[in-house]
Write a protein that binds this ligand. Structure first.
Ligand code: MN
Length: 435
């Protein structure tokens, strides 16, 4: 059941996280017999939606976590019998299919109980003083079945139910769907060393930015362009970490290294992602490699990259309709720098004035988040692409921000000219001050 490997970017996904995942899933599926699926950890922002729509590609499926569900490990399509099936026939079924238990269901496939080898043996022994095994064999399932059976919903999380199942009389469970219909069975065999979810991590390497349950999953690759985070693996894996402008830049290089042609639509979304992460190549994180790749991708996609990028920013930077909560969360990352929990949000816009008019509302939201989630510091970057600078709002231990950016906050905010990159110009200096 766990045949699919998930490919996922960070929480609060941005265009780079989404587009690199879609492109890499395409590449892996081309080369590998296993199945890969791009998934995401949140709703798409306006810009990402614009890029996908432009090239007619669907959004990745949204998932809440990478924990294993019961349905991932159960034995599906299980053989069942009716309450009036004779024990003799059940015995034959068990022998023919080499199974040790058979669920009993009604005409609507609702689970009623289970007949295991134990019930048959017990009833045989109980009836020894009567006639012989014929008595047992001619009984109906409903007479001997165990109805004190553990029933579990297929959507339940394995780690949260495994102990209850193992504590149950049969150490197994019947699995039902939303309408209580039998869909499978979980036996001890399914519970010994249950498979882990295989995941490929893109565009981040911090646990706090990754999927819930990531510690229970098996990470098989990490491809990223941020600082190395705290994700760990028990075995050696492929890790590609490069100081370039976007993860999509590295994914484009992977297509070349592995000699796979990039289809036009995939080239288009990769281009959108590089332009988004590098702010049209203006960000200090943009490298010569990013420039080359932007040229190459524009050729394949058959579009003028600057025109495309400028339109992307124009159409998507109107955030006036967003609530203060959505403004703060639209592109918000959590960092754990030597156990100091810091949140850094960023809004990229061609018109920062409109947002700054709502400063008070935004500060309320930042202070609420600070308290609710125990942050030491929250900063929000309102990055004006035209002015090429960032108005920084900060709450919490603001002294850290002043020290890191060598500035003085007035009413919790300051304009930082030339600051565009969260990673290089905000996260890294904070990291230095704390570390
Ligand atoms: Mn990125």
């Amino acid at each position: 059941m766990l045949k699919k490997t998930y490919i996922l970017g960070h929480k609060n996904p941005d265009t780079d996280s989404i587009c690199s995942s879609i492109a890499y899933a395409y590449l892996k599926n081309k080369l590998d017999k296993l199945e890969y699926e791009a998934v995401c950890l949140g709703d798409l922002n306006q810009e990402t939606q614009f890029v996908l729509d432009m090239f007619n590609l669907p959004a990745p499926r949204k998932i809440d976590h990478v924990k294993i569900r019961i349905k991932d490990i159960m034995t599906p399509g299980v053989i069942s019998v009716k309450p009036d099936t004779l024990v003799r026939d059940i015995g034959i079924l068990m022998y023919e299919h080499n199974i040790r238990s058979v669920p009993v269901v009604d005409e609507h496939n609702i689970a009623l109980g289970v007949v295991t080898e134990r019930e048959i043996a017990y009833n045989y022994i109980k009836n020894l003083n009567l006639e012989d095994f014929k008595t047992v064999a001619s009984q109906e399932a409903s007479v001997i079945m165990e109805n004190n059976i553990f029933i579990v919903d297929e959507e339940e999380i394995l780690s949260e139910t495994i102990e209850d199942i193992l504590k149950s009389p049969h150490k197994e469970a019947l699995v039902v769907d939303k309408s209580n219909r039998l869909v499978g069975i979980v036996t001890r065999t399914n519970l010994v060393n249950p498979e882990k979810r295989r995941v490929i991590i893109l565009d981040h390497s911090e646990i706090s930015q990754s999927a819930d349950g990531i510690k229970e999953a098996s990470i098989i690759e990490i491809i990223d362009h941020h600082h190395l985070g705290d994700l760990q693996t028990p075995e050696p894996i492929l890790v590609i970490s490069k100081p370039v402008g976007s993860t999509s830049t590295i994914i484009t290089e992977r297509f070349n290294e592995l000699r796979v042609d990039i289809p036009r639509d995939i080239a288009g979304i990769l281009l959108g992602a590089v332009l988004s992460d590098t702010v049209l190549l203006k960000s200090p994180t943009a490298t010569q490699k990013d420039k080359e790749i932007v040229e190459r991708l524009s050729k394949i996609a058959g579009i003028d990259w600057f025109e495309f990028g400028a339109r992307m920013y124009d159409e998507c930077s109107d955030v006036s309709s967003l609530s203060a909560t959505d403004l703060l969360n639209s592109d918000f990352k959590v960092y754990n720098f030597s156990d100091v929990k810091i949140g850094i949000g960023q809004i990229e816009t061609t018109n920062s004035k409109g947002i700054l008019r709502r400063k008070n509302e935004i500060f309320d939201e930042m202070n609420k988040e600070l308290k609710d989630k125990d942050f030491e510091l929250i900063v929000l970057m309102i990055t004006d692409i035209i002015r090429e600078g960032t108005e920084l709002l900060a709450v919490g231990k603001t002294k850290l921000a002043e020290k890191a950016f060598n500035c003085e906050l007035v009413d919790n905010s300051v304009f930082l000219p030339g600051v565009i990159s969260r990673k290089k110009q905000i996260a890294a200096p904070l990291f230095k001050v704390i570390g």
